[in-house]
Write a protein that binds this ligand. Structure first.
Ligand SMILES: *[C@@H]1O[C@H](CO)[C@@H](O)[C@H](O)[C@H]1NC(C)=O
Ligand SMILES: *[C@@H]1O[C@H](CO)[C@@H](O)[C@H](O)[C@H]1NC(C)=O
Ligand SMILES: *[C@@H]1O[C@H](CO)[C@@H](O)[C@H](O)[C@H]1NC(C)=O
Length: 449
């Protein structure tokens, strides 16, 4: 299914579809962008002057490196490199505080390390962890602008259409990127233990790594606590209608057939999509960004659209592999709730895994201490819960919690009204609600007793 076409027959199917995808990009994408802009201009007309006049968030400039940005704001900075066992070279950034407890921040899907730092300093987890006395490490997964290098497959825009480079999903991140990044932090700091902080897919890949028979002992030894912001494992009930319909239409299976490469991906030196997002956000007074935010992350009375448009979205989207989204979509919607490896179909599963069904991930096997920070619904309508965080629906969350071994979950709190991105895109009131707890969790030595 993933293999490049080997027979003439398959070539003929793929080639016209491929040509179509090129035309699709050239005509449909600009038309789509234009429509968004026009609709947004209409929606945002009256908000526009308001937002512009009270913008106090100084966004990262699109031509600015992460180093220039952090140094401009008065923070120290270091750039490191991680080599994964399968040859990807990932940038790993640090706001160094040598000798202090290391904390590793792992971003979610469609984001990169910028997710933790691009808001105002006083509400950016990266800067605030540094201020609180931690040695801050900012991870980047493969496929982001900071993970577009490979020892043999090339780098930057060269890998745009390299099917081998994009042949991975979040379970690959769990097995390859995650342990390599943790090892690098341990090596550079000489620390015996670090705190792991994941957000969304950054939690998902840690769950998989921590239950993996080959990796779990390593994580148990070296992670003080894995703090999960908006933890995602089961996604059957995700309350986003657009995700449910995309999953039902098998949209990403179709897309993968014609485009087995990156999805919404950009290169660090070439970011037309990010430019488009910023331009459209600004021109529409945040209206289009708010629509996108609500569809992708859920609504929240706490979300500060100015921070989200100008800060959080400034380097969005950072991209992923189409196959990674395909894997996520396999868990959404109809059928049994599943948290399992990529499903190639029963025949190819046999070749890949030796079983007709993909292996399930076993949450019960996790022994690393866990903390959950979850956004929850503010209201219930009959049996239908309209979640504020579309990825952590209560039934999916409860199933995950019930499967954990007793005593592993050290902290589990639902913050009502938080969307999937309130953690770094919320207003000052929301920050006060979660940040003090978060610091308390990270400062404690969970192995001492
Ligand atoms: C980056 O962009 C800003 C404004 O958008 C401009 O003032 C500045 O000169 C640019 N810097 C570089 C290095 O191009
Ligand atoms: C992608 O990985 C799968 C599973 O290991 C393999 O069967 C397939 O040939 C790979 N495809 C490419 C293009 O590398
Ligand atoms: C999952 O892990 C637990 C704890 O190690 C074990 O008892 C159980 O048998 C495992 N379940 C499966 C299906 O492998």
């Amino acid at each position: 299914m993933i293999t490049p076409p080997a027979t003439g027959r398959r070539c003929r199917i793929v080639k016209p579809a491929f040509a179509l995808s090129g035309r699709w990009c050239r005509i449909v994408m600009p038309a789509f962008a234009l429509t968004l802009l026009v609709v947004g201009l209409m929606l945002g007309a009256e908000r526009r002057s308001n937002v512009k006049s009270r913008i106090h968030v100084r966004p990262p400039l699109l031509n600015e490196s992460m180093q220039e940005f952090l140094v401009r704001r008065g923070y120290p900075f270091e750039d490191h490199e991680v080599l994964t066992p399968d040859g990807y070279i990932l940038s790993l950034q640090r706001i160094p505080n040598p000798g202090a407890m290391p904390v590793l921040l792992v971003h979610g899907n469609f984001f990169d390390a910028w997710a933790w730092i691009s808001g105002p300093n006083e509400r950016s987890p990266g800067q605030q962890l540094y201020e609180a006395g931690f040695d801050v490490w900012l991870a980047n997964n493969r496929g982001t602008p900071y993970g577009r290098r490979h020892v043999t497959l090339g780098e930057g825009r060269e890998v745009d259409q390299n099917a081998k480079f994009w042949n991975w999903t979040y379970s690959t991140l769990a097995r390859n990127d995650c342990p390599a990044i943790v090892a690098k932090v341990l090596h550079e700091t000489g620390a015996e233990r670090i705190n792991y902080v994941g957000w969304s897919r950054g939690t998902n890949q840690a769950f998989i790594a921590m239950q993996d028979p080959a990796l779990k002992a390593y994580f148990e030894r070296h992670i003080n606590i894995a703090t999960m912001i908006a933890p995602v494992t089961y996604s059957k009930h995700t309350s986003s209608l657009s995700l449910q319909s995309l999953a039902a239409a098998r949209a990403f299976d179709l897309l993968h057939r014609v485009w087995p490469y990156g999805f919404l991906s950009t290169d660090a030196d070439y970011k037309p999509l990010n430019w488009l997002v910023q331009t459209v956000c600004l021109a529409t007074g945040g209206a289009v960004c708010e629509l996108v935010k609500e569809q992708m992350f859920g609504p929240s009375p706490y979300d500060d659209m100015e921070v989200i448009s100008m800060g959080f979205f400034s380097n969005f989207p950072a991209g992923t592999a189409v196959k990674d989204v395909q894997h996520f979509m396999q868990g959404v919607g109809s059928g049994e709730a599943r948290f399992q490896d990529f499903d190639y179909g029963s025949r190819d599963n046999l070749a890949e895994y030796g079983t007709a069904a993909p292996p399930r991930f076993n949450l019960t096997a996790i022994q690393t201490p866990l903390a959950f920070f979850r956004g929850g619904s503010t209201h219930t309508l009959g049996t239908h819960v309209r979640e504020n965080d579309v990825y952590t629906e209560i039934r999916d969350h409860t199933k995950m919690v019930q499967e954990l071994a007793p005593g592993v979950l050290k902290y589990d709190k639902t913050f009502r009204g938080f969307s999937h991105c309130t953690w770094a895109g919320g207003n000052a009131a929301s920050w006060q609600m979660w940040w003090p707890d978060f610091l308390r969790v990270l400062k404690r030595d969970w192995r001492a007793s």
